[in-house]
Design a protein around this ligand. Structure first.
Ligand code: AMP
Length: 587
């Protein structure tokens, strides 16, 4: 298929907000794709060239894309940058400038050649070489490849290509929508999405499952199994706010564990090879060579997939340190230095695969038994501290012990029948009970920054107030929940201005908001916020449609930024509208 056809589909997708319509538009184009190209089309549609865990990203700085555009249009770089700033959209600017250029070429009686039309695979290959060009002189080379590409394709294609290379495709197509469209394209109905979603949760690889669907049919997708070195989407927890609630949820018996305040890690081992994946899931192996050594020393079996939490550890005082420390280990440079500055430990809690057997469907306590077999405890590899509790006193005691040992609270896990590992789900088999939930007034939320207003006075020139939202998992949209301006130091404001400015854009269509903002952002940055109370609101869209008055939504009153940037989870794993509703109803 020509990339032109895919671009026309993207352009149509941009013109509607309606989810079903988007599924149909996309399905229509996907149904024409060949077996060889469908995997790449699926990735490109999500703005990627590889699945996240492969670690090869298209993330050219906007400045470089502007240089490439200047070369392609024969304009000077400064004036291109100025137009981009005015239009506020690199993709649109690219299209307009190229249209102007081709009009002037047509005026001089030159016709465009047909054979310059690019196949999707060709565009993917060029984008791949941009992403993989490294080392000395690589910037110039990347600019050359990009300018060469955009000067050969049509202006509309160039619009989407430049957006892809700077990581801002912005079609409003989330994985869930893409899965529905793939189902429709290949089976004629959206209903097989669940099968595709299951396979996606087990492998985190959209290109693999879409190719399998096209080449071998839906039945073979149904048979897809966990594959070592392909991260499984992590299981998440619901929140509860009392010991009673935990017992009630688990019918009187629960596995309780410390809730460590660190980085979730899924560890894959195959013979001598060990890889670490975050909850996003990204490959974080290179950042933790110390953890790789610990795992190799402690492993009792050849192949396995296990899960745990990496925490920073104060060796002198024998104490776990808060998340802010371990998050400094997620860097690409000076790794050796950081290993000695911030040593870490791993607290393991689950086993998902070992010696060629998948354990996702086993009960939790059985999975823990398997964990004890595949690896032994050593200085830096520990099993999460656990008890089986059957009354509230035991839970409260354990909870306070957890806090004394520098943990955030406890995790409660089902030990009943069906206490399976639900890949990719935030189900009720696991609950989290954190110190800040005890007092409902200080409940904390991980919210996505959707927009901002410029500050005044001392805050002039930076963003001063932020519009924050939660995620609606079912609809794959962001809903507004509060506006926050307190809790930010001057350094924070400078930091968030730098972080957010490149993400500024037109209002994203996956954001449902009645509030207008001076600046809208790609919904990517998640921060932690506390508040005084959740109230009904006709201004905010969180959970709108769930109350008797259909204009009512929920809002957080007196919000305050806690200082924590939540950078280990994608925005789709931010606090959901459902979680907020649960807390509201409990209030
Ligand atoms: P939250 O990030 O607040 O949704 O809480 C769930 C997270 O707690 C998981 O993703 C883990 O990173 C972390 N966690 C810490 N200790 C445990 C544990 N013992 N079992 C499961 N998850 C844990």
């Amino acid at each position: 298929m020509r990339f032109r056809e895919l671009s026309e589909c993207y352009s149509k997708l941009e013109s509607t907000q309606k989810k079903l319509e988007m599924v149909d538009i996309l399905a229509n184009t996907l149904s024409k794709a060949s077996n060889e190209e469908i995997g790449k089309i699926a990735l490109l549609t999500l703005g990627k060239i590889y699945p996240d865990f492969v670690g090869i990203e298209l993330m050219l700085a906007e400045k470089m894309a502007i240089k490439a555009l200047a070369v392609a249009t024969g304009k000077n770089e400064k004036s291109v940058a100025q137009i981009v700033e005015e239009v506020g959209d690199l993709g649109k600017t690219t299209q307009t400038l190229l249209e102007k250029k081709s009009q002037s070429t047509l005026l001089s009686f030159t016709t465009q050649k047909d054979d310059t039309e690019y196949e999707i695979i060709d565009v993917w290959t060029k984008l791949d070489s941009i992403a993989q060009t490294k080392g000395e002189g690589s910037s110039d080379k990347k600019i050359r490849i990009l300018s060469g590409l955009i000067s050969k394709v049509s202006p509309l294609e160039a619009r989407f290509i430049t957006r892809m290379v700077v990581g801002q495709l912005r079609l409003g197509v989330a994985v869930q929508l893409l899965l529905e469209a793939l189902s429709k394209a290949k089976t004629g109905t959206r209903e097989k999405k669940n099968i595709l979603e299951r396979a996606y949760n087990l492998t985190s690889d959209i290109s693999f499952i879409s190719e399998k669907l096209y080449k071998e049919g839906i039945q073979s997708v149904e048979e897809i199994k966990v594959q070592i070195m392909n991260p499984i989407k992590v299981m998440l927890a619901q929140r509860v706010s009392s010991a009673d609630e935990i017992l009630e949820k688990f019918e009187g018996k629960v596995s309780l564990e410390y809730k460590y305040d660190g980085l979730r890690v899924q560890i894959h081992k195959k013979a001598d090879k060990v890889k670490l994946f975050s909850r996003r899931p990204e490959d974080i192996t290179e950042q933790f060579p110390d953890v790789i050594e610990f795992i190799k020393e402690s492993a009792e079996q050849e192949d396995f997939i296990i899960e745990g939490e990496i925490v920073a550890f104060d060796l002198k005082n024998e104490k776990i340190l808060p998340f802010q420390y371990v998050s400094q280990r997620k860097r690409k440079h000076d790794i050796e230095q950081k290993i000695s500055e911030i040593p870490v430990r791993v607290y393991l809690f689950d086993a998902l695969f070992a010696e060629n057997r998948v354990f996702l469907d086993e009960d939790y306590l059985q999975r823990r038994e398997i964990l004890f077999k595949v690896i032994k405890e050593t200085e830096n590899i520990r099993f999460s501290h656990q008890i089986i509790a059957e009354n509230t006193d035991e839970i409260d005691d354990f909870f306070h012990q957890a806090l004394e040992n520098s943990c955030e609270g406890v995790m409660g896990k089902s030990v009943g029948q069906n206490s399976v590992y639900q890949a990719g789900a935030r189900g009720w088999n696991w609950v989290k009970y954190k110190a800040d939930y005890v007092d409902k007034l200080s409940d904390s939320f991980d919210l996505v920054i959707l927009g901002a207003e410029y500050g005044k006075g001392k805050r002039a020139g930076k963003y001063g107030t932020f519009l924050l939202g939660c995620f609606d998992v079912e609809e794959s949209i962001y809903q507004t929940f509060t506006r926050v301006a307190t809790g930010f130091s001057d350094d924070d404001l400078a930091y968030y201005f730098k972080l957010l400015k490149p993400l500024a854009r037109e209002k994203p269509k996956e954001v449902l908001s009645d509030i207008d903002c001076s600046v809208w952002f790609d919904p990517r940055i998640v921060i932690e916020v506390t508040g005084a109370e959740i109230t009904r609101s006709q201004m905010h869209t969180c959970s709108r449609g769930y109350f008797e008055n259909e204009n009512d939504g929920l809002a957080l009153r007196f919000p305050r930024f806690t200082g924590k940037l939540v950078d280990d989870r994608p925005p789709e794993q931010a606090t959901s509208n459902e979680e907020i509703r649960t807390i509201y109803l409990k209030q």
